[in-house]
Design a protein around this ligand. Structure first.
Ligand code: UDX
Length: 453
């Protein structure tokens, strides 16, 4: 097929080193990117930390390069930027040494290093080895203009946001309100440190964005002007990659049998991703909201996600009896399969970017409850711009019941459901021959090959 650009030879051929981050929401798209580029004829090494290592057995097509990071776990309460700095410091020399060896052995022609934006040490290694580097961004494009505006907002004394400002629109970031800003509720220092970290990446030759042009055209145009290097929007990677499970936690597939028994589009699926946490009171409101909605539900409560407990010890008394047969609580779901299931009618989500793309790809309308960072921006776009989600105003049982019933049962939700289906069709079209992501991927392959010829 003339339109499909393929790296010519597999045998000891063009080799890409992909440097992945130990966060689930970043590891998944990196493995998916690896699988997509492998299908284009490149051989792939995944360099990863030993902390949250991907399961090698699930990806026989890749070589792996584990790096000792000296961490036992991601400590959610610790200083996040300090953690990233240490991680980068601990991995830098190892990657450089291992790649130098590989290059000397000459059995691999490493042509490019592609790295997660938070693994900025990889760029320094690429520079030292005289290799081009490309960054993978696994957040939305729409998040970045808000992120880049933070210094000015700080300078104007607008952060952290005062209560009286929360609902007001931010000038120049339409349609974001102050409450939709990343780091709107964190101290000034954290957002400054995050920005400083992002500036550690100095000379990437291009950026790969896991998004679609039709969805984020205006943000992508702004970013193109800002970065002045090629940006390849090749998403949604969850649809193109032929990957087995990329989960760190064991996926409980029994829920699929349970879903098989539920009526079409009746179930609300609840998952808040791999990092968000809630307290005992929020757990209770969520539980009674689900119970009182009278709809079937599939609820992922990640172990450790309820502060002070191992799993669901704090579930309110009477909840299990009240919802027996109508609800299932589990530790980790095969989310892509769940969203593709005909019984699922809505996704109550923290609006992480992977979850957002997976939901859009399956045409599942959402209830949006952002927790931090890019999730606020995604939530605003989902509910106000793309109109495939309802914003959850607050975590109170009565508000939850109204949102679930609006999305799944009431006439009012019909518009959102239709729009979600519409988006699903558009997302599919992007990946077809001649679609924007299809073309961008071919351009990316050409770009990489041009650099090494
Ligand atoms: C993080 C940030 O929170 C997010 O905002 C950012 O955009 C990416 O990094 P995370 O919180 O884990 O990610 O959310 P998300 O991006 O949605 O990724 C979670 C992944 O875990 C998804 O691919 C989802 O399919 C998967 N998942 C989640 C499961 O497979 N099973 C589950 O039960 C829950």
């Amino acid at each position: 097929d003339d339109d499909v650009c393929v790296a010519s030879n597999m045998e000891g051929g063009k080799h890409l080193v992909l440097v992945a981050s130990p966060f689930q929401g970043h590891m998944t798209p990196m493995l998916q990117l690896g699988s997509v580029l492998y299908s284009k004829g490149f051989s792939i090494t995944i360099a990863h930390t030993k902390l949250n290592s991907p399961d090698h057995a699930n990806h026989p097509e890749f070589l792996f390069l584990p790096l000792s990071d000296n961490f036992l776990a991601i400590d959610a309460s610790a200083n996040f930027t300090k953690f990233l700095e240490l991680l980068n410091d601990n991995c830098r020399m190892q990657l450089q040494d291992r790649l130098t060896q590989k290059i000397q052995q000459a059995n691999h022609q490493i042509v490019t290093i592609i790295h997660d934006n938070s693994m900025y040490f990889a760029e320094e290694v690429a520079r030292n080895l005289n290799l081009p580097s490309i960054v993978l961004r696994s957040c939305s494009a729409s998040y970045m203009p808000a992120f880049l505006a933070l210094p000015k907002l700080h300078a104007d004394g607008l952060l952290p946001v005062q209560d009286s400002m929360l609902q007001k629109l931010v000038q120049e970031l339409y349609p974001l309100r102050y409450k939709d800003l990343p780091f709107n509720n964190t101290c000034t220092e954290i957002s400054k440190e995050m920005l400083a970290l992002s500036e550690r990446i100095r000379t990437p030759s291009a950026i790969i964005w896991n998004t679609m042009d039709f969805l984020e055209n205006s943000a992508l145009t702004k970013l193109q002007q800002h970065y002045q290097i090629p940006i390849f929007a090749i998403g949604p990677l969850n649809e193109t990659a032929r990957c087995q499970s990329t989960s760190f936690l064991k996926e409980d597939t029994n829920c699929i049998t349970w879903l098989d028994k539920q009526a079409p589009r009746s179930v609300i699926y609840v998952s808040l991703g791999s990092l968000a946490t809630m307290d005992e009171n929020e757990l209770a409101e969520t539980a009674w909201g689900l119970a009182n909605s009278k709809q079937p539900f599939l609820w992922v409560v990640r172990p450790g996600s309820v502060k002070g407990s191992e799993w669901i010890e704090f579930l309110p008394y009477g909840f299990i009896e009240e919802t027996r047969g109508r609800g299932l609580v589990l530790k980790w779901a095969p989310q892509k399969q769940v969203l593709a299931h005909t019984a699922v009618g809505g996704f109550w989500s923290h609006c992480g970017w992977n979850s957002t793309l997976e939901s859009i790809s399956q045409g599942v309308p959402m209830i949006c409850q952002p927790f931090f960072g890019d999730q606020y921006v995604n939530s605003r776009y989902l509910s106000y711009v793309w109109r495939v989600g309802l914003e959850l105003e607050c975590l109170e049982r009565r508000v939850i019941v109204t949102a679930i019933r609006r999305l799944l049962v009431d006439e009012e939700g019909e518009e959102t459901r239709k729009q979600a289906n519409n988006m699903k069709e558009k997302a599919k079209y992007c990946l077809c021959k001649g679609g924007s992501s299809f073309n961008s991927l071919n351009n990316l392959v050409e770009f990489i090959l041009a650099d090494c010829n």
